[in-house]
Design a protein around this ligand. Sequence first.
Ligand code: NDP
Length: 283
Amino acid sequence: MVTILEGRTLATQIKNKIKKEVIQLKENGVVPTICVIQVGEDPASTIYLRKKKEFAQSVGIKEISLRFSQEITQQELIDKIKELNADAAINAIMVQLPLPQQIDEQAIFETIAPQKDVDGFHPYNQGKLWQGDSQIMPATVRGILSLIDSYELDLVGKNTLIIGRSVIVGKPLASQLLARDATVTIAHSKTQDLSAITKKADIIVSDVGQANLITSKMLKQGVVLLDVGINRVNGRVVGDVAFEDCKVKASAITPVPGGIGPLTVASLMEQVVILTRIQKDDR
Ligand code: NDP
């Protein structure tokens, strides 16, 4: 029997935990605050940001939205972030991706103060992840780990394949699965014969953005499938894994939607609370 790994239920549990923690912080005179920056008006980004705002409001986190025009220069954006870095009332800073071409994402990641880096993209925080300090990490990675913990999925010594090597998911996730004693392989667009690797995997995390990338003939019986991909096909949202086809072979599988997606937003807000606590303790 395949287990459907329900992200929505777990996201609600995380939400309730955050609510309690926010109340505690407020009792101590601290209002956890995230500042979210959007550049331009990408419709998908606007939808994601609305979800984040609603979640923040529902748990009592203060959310400040700043929207800049598509034409903003890199220096103007950097100056704005530096102001926010220096503002003690802001605990977390998030810049919604993608950014327009004139702005180098890496330069922006490096400008956000590491202790306010709610997305965990700063090289300092990414480096710390590889060194075993996992306080701050990209929200999707935290969400995947929460799901693994919640369903008590066994990682120790398992052949674990991550497809995708972004700094948002693939690379930082590799550090965390390795820290939990999985045997980790990372595949990417230049990987040859993906199918030969997927067939050996006990656990597969797919973070590519290509519908039907993974089909049942590429899998071994009993595999665990964690699907991060979000793709729009004929007006429907689907993942990278051909769900109906693969669920027959899998022992556990995330649905899309309703798997990793809701956990990403919940984990982002969890991280606002974590950053707020770290800053409070440092004072
Ligand atoms: P990126 O484009 O940064 O990364 C995609 C990765 O997939 C790259 O490493 C790329 O390889 C690799 N890739 C591309 N084609 C293939 C292929 N045929 N075989 C193997 N690997 C391949 O994307 P993101 O990480 O930002 O996002 C990926 C997907 O995940 C998207 O659908 C996005 O919407 C979704 N997503 C979902 C989240 C959620 O909360 N559920 C959160 C974040 C993302 P290379 O490095 O060689 O180019």
